[in-house]
Design a protein around this ligand. Sequence first.
Ligand code: 5GP
Ligand code: ZN
Length: 138
Amino acid sequence: MSDCIFCAIAAKDVHGRIVHETEHSLAFLDVNPLAPGHTLVVPKDHYARLDDLPEEISADLWRTVDELVPRVEDAVDADATNVGVNNGPAAGQEVEHVHVHIVPRFDGDGGSPIHAVGGTRPDLSDEELDDIETAISN
Ligand code: 5GP
Ligand code: ZN
């Protein structure tokens, strides 16, 4: 897509600190990192959301994430990582080109677990939970 910053990085039209590349995926450092080593893994082609990804591209993306997590942790001597996707604007996605965040975490760094992403916690009845269970499994 012509006005997409991650497409421009993938096309090497815009400089990115690229740390790994496969046939379908690219990994580069986040320009505004939440922690040293904060890395983004993206498909080279433009897809807005996870469910837009063809199977082969999705498999390559997640394989790349799997490979990079220990490399990122080792590189910055992290104790752990948060790995996540803001999948859609309502979830906080600002760049509408799929990207997986790998955020290194350090003991006592003052950050939050992934549970912190939710809004007010819902108080769901057993019937509502039954309906959700059925809706997802169908
Ligand atoms: P989102 O909120 O869409 O999940 O996250 C977008 C991420 O992309 C942010 O963490 C932001 O710092 C990063 N980002 C935005 N523009 C650029 C850029 O031009 N280069 C790089 N390397 N990262 C970017
Ligand atoms: Zn794009």
